[in-house]
Design a binder for this molecule. Sequence first.
Ligand SMILES: [Mg+2]
Length: 98
Amino acid sequence: MRIQPVLEKSIVGSIVKAVKARPGVVIRKRHGTAMGVAGDPDLYGTVGGRHFEIEVKRPGSRLTELQAQRLREWARAGAITGVAHTVEDALRILGLEA
Ligand SMILES: [Mg+2]
């Protein structure tokens, strides 16, 4: 039996679902378009009054240099930032672990 690779899209969906179940958090997917800024993270929102930015990567997949640069930009401006490979990673970044 072949092991199916986990799609980033499905990790993003699971994170959004898990975070939306928590009170007091707004989370949005950032859709890549020509109008957007290249390398900006996949997810953004507000938790506990703070803006957050999360880049989602498949397990074993690493940030590109541009993605790392964008996360640093957001962090320098005061956002909560992180890289999530799993739902648990995202909850930990947001301080929402069970
Ligand atoms: Mg991504």
